[in-house]
Design a protein around this ligand. Structure first.
Ligand SMILES: C[S@@+](CC[C@H](N)C(=O)[O-])C[C@H]1O[C@@H](n2cnc3c(N)ncnc32)[C@H](O)[C@@H]1O
Length: 188
């Protein structure tokens, strides 16, 4: 009986230690990137809560008959949105600068359509993507706008979660799903 209790206590201690290491790494790397690289903090899109909104989004995208269906999430966090698009059959890419989140997103990839790149999205060429997902702060969206205007082909779609873009001559809001939950823009 004593031996079983000891083994049980050891298992609990090891699990607590692993949890501590995980949380420490997560917080430490996150703080570094937020403070020194001025990244938006990691907050995932809660696709489970917004299931209906995403279903509406996928129906809308289908109705657009997009020529280039290659999807990219700029700042893909733990990869939840990339995996959702991959499940729907889109060749889906995530660009994430935080190495810890990049590692997490690569864990348990079940879909051969999901790919992850560890990089700063400002440095990546976006010319090949037809659908771009952005969950960043409005200030970062505004910095991104000239890059999107220059690199995306006409007809490409930009989906902003919660934080809008200011429209421009070339980027127009074409649909809103549940307020600011999903804002869909098109490059003219
Ligand atoms: C609000 S989270 C969104 C995560 C994911 N897109 C989602 O919707 O679940 C923003 C993410 O962008 C990443 N990020 C911010 N600036 C970045 C940059 N310049 N290059 C790459 N990743 C960046 C952060 O590390 C963070 O994971």
């Amino acid at each position: 009986m004593l031996l079983i209790t000891l083994i049980f206590v050891w298992i609990i201690l090891i699990l607590a230690f692993l949890l501590f290491v995980y949380l420490f790494l997560h917080l430490f790397v996150e703080l570094f990137f937020t403070l020194f690289k001025k990244y938006a903090p990691f907050v995932p899109t809660v696709t489970l809560i917004y299931r209906q909104e995403f279903e509406e989004l996928f129906k809308f995208l289908e109705s657009l008959n997009l020529e280039n269906k290659k999807f990219v999430d700029l700042g893909s966090g733990d990869g939840v949105v990339v995996k959702k698009f991959a499940e729907k059959g889109y060749p889906s890419y995530g660009i994430e600068g935080n190495p810890f989140l990049f590692f997490l997103s690569k864990l348990g990839i079940k879909n051969k359509n999901a790919f992850f790149i560890r990089s700063d999205f400002f440095k990546e060429d976006l010319r090949n993507f037809g659908i771009v997902y952005v969950y960043q702060l409005t200030s970062i969206n505004q910095k991104l706008l000239p890059k999107l205007q220059e690199e995306l082909k006409s007809g490409s779609i930009i989906i902003a979660h919660k934080f809008p873009f200011f429209e421009s001559e070339q980027i127009k809001l074409i649909k809103k799903i549940n307020g600011n939950t999903l804002l869909i823009y098109q490059k003219l």
